[in-house]
Design a protein around this ligand. Structure first.
Ligand code: B12
Ligand code: SF4
Ligand code: SF4
Length: 387
């Protein structure tokens, strides 16, 4: 059967096959510019809220137009897949908390493989070659805006796309196709009078409904940020070692609707799981060891120095005395000044290791790191001679 010139039949087929491929949500929108999303993006960029994420500084005309990704595009098929792996157990062991989306395998790879198979399956069913590009996350397109227009959900005040039936713990993926498909109605729903996410965000990053200032967001600070976690924000990071889920955890939609992902690749057992052992991570000294431990999971994103930086901050916040020997090792011999500086901060927070800090101050050549060591010494016991 030739459905390539039957927008209604082709849409029905795609919905059916996408669900059979394991996607929880499917919808279609025309490959037209995302005007409202683009306008919001422009204001967000102008306010500096994109921080130093180079990929988010690209022109609005590119990020808000699916045709820029594929000239012949006529429709965008938005797909949603729940990654919800369950709730964090209590952090009794003093671990580094990992956001739920990152407990399992790297979703980019997992979803890409399924999209590829879905596309093959569609071509077979349609009996024709189609031009289709599949993406998730690593794509210059406002995926939430496209998905909202394709009917996958509504924008929560935390800026996440929320589906009335499964909440917001889902990834968005896209299949951009050159087929004419009957579009869905945009997603609807409302937060009502709830403002929990805005009230509970640990760093006050949600500046207005749907507007997240990445410079303050723990997810940015612990994943995309390549530099220091600003000192004044470190305390608010709490025990988050990778990402943050607070604005989703408090959301009533997730409390009542979140159901565990059907994809085994997103389960805690298949990857890093809900917590990182702080000392184990702080012992990793080379990129090779780091890859061996985290390859194939989302945790490679901040790089070795970034993840160790985060674990230092968690150790300081939890006042993790058993991590003191390994923090001292980081301070004296980690090759990255980012790690040495955050290790100094953690030791200062725990209020120990004055000798190690003094020794490090004498040997340290990096100016920023030296500032951290001095601050730790002053913070630890108010030694003004070193401040
Ligand atoms: C950059 C980025 C980040 C940045 C900035 C986040 C942000 N809110 O802007 C950081 C690193 C902080 C981040 C964090 C997270 N991210 Co992120 N991120 C992205 C990325 C690459 C671009 C987002 C973007 O365009 N931001 C710019 C701002 C202006 O857009 P926006 O926040 O998405 O908001 C849009 C809509 O919500 C809409 N909107 C918002 N409110 C309202 C209200 C009205 C009335 C209207 C009309 C429109 C509207 O307008 C905006 C423009 O389209 C997307 C993937 C992609 N290519 O889209 C993933 C993406 C948004 N991230 C995702 C995830 C899972 C997360 C985290 C949950 C990870 C974690 N646990 O740590 C957190 C959530 C934090 C949060 N509250 O947003 C998912 C979200 C899925 C979903 N159900 O919403 C995405 C879609 C990736 C994917 N393919 O699955 N992320
Ligand atoms: S992810 Fe965390 S820090 Fe970022 S906006 Fe949500 S609650 Fe705030
Ligand atoms: S916590 Fe409340 S305000 Fe925030 S996204 Fe959920 S329903 Fe909306």
């Amino acid at each position: 059967m030739d459905l390539t010139s039957d927008p209604v039949g082709a849409r029905r087929l795609i919905l059916e096959r996408a669900r059979a491929a394991g996607f929880d949500l499917v919808g279609v929108t025309r490959a037209e510019p995302l005007r409202e999303g683009g306008e919001r993006l422009r204001r967000w960029q102008e306010a500096g809220m994109a921080a130093d994420m180079g990929f988010m500084h690209r022109p609005v005309e590119l990020l808000a137009n699916p045709k820029k990704l594929q000239k012949s595009a006529r429709s965008v098929v938005s797909l949603g897949v729940s990654y919800y792996p369950g709730e964090h157990p209590e952090n009794d062991e003093g671990g580094g908390r990992v956001a739920r989306y990152a407990w399992g395998r790297d979703y980019h790879e997992v979803i890409k493989a399924r999209l590829f198979r879905l596309r093959e399956n569609l071509e077979e069913a349609l009996g024709a070659k189609i031009k289709a590009r599949g993406f998730t996350d690593a794509v210059p397109l406002l995926e939430r805006s496209a998905a909202q227009r394709a009917g996958l959900g509504f924008f929560g005040r935390n800026s996440c796309l929320i589906d009335g039936d499964i909440g917001s713990y889902f990834f968005i993926a896209d299949l951009i196709v050159d087929l004419e498909l009957e579009p869905d109605e945009p997603g609807t729903g409302t937060c009502g009078r709830c403002t929990r996410c805005m009230d509970r965000c640990p760093t006050g990053a949600i500046k207005a409904p749907g507007v997240v200032d990445a410079r303050l967001c723990i997810s940015y600070l612990t994943i995309e940020n390549r530099g220091e976690i600003p000192r004044e924000l470190r305390g608010s990071v709490g025990d988050w070692a990778f990402g943050c889920d607070v604005c989703q955890e408090v959301c009533p939609y997730n409390k009542t609707k979140a159901t565990e992902s059907r994809w085994p690749e997103f389960s805690a057992q298949s990857g890093a799981g809900p917590y990182l052992g702080i000392e184990g991570v702080l012992r990793i000294r080379t990129d090779g060891e780091f890859e061996a431990r985290f390859a194939g999971t989302p945790l490679t994103r901040p790089g070795r120095a970034g993840l160790l930086r985060n674990c230092c901050v968690v150790a300081g916040n939890l006042k993790l005395e058993r991590a003191v020997p390994v923090l001292e090792d980081c301070l004296s011999s980690d090759p990255s000044s980012l790690v040495r500086g955050h290790a100094a901060w953690a030791l200062g927070e725990i209020g120990v290791s004055r000798d190690a800090l003094r020794g490090a101050a004498e040997a340290e050549a990096d100016g920023w790191c030296l500032g951290e060591i001095r601050h730790a010494l002053v913070g630890a016991a108010g030694d003004p001679s070193l401040g």
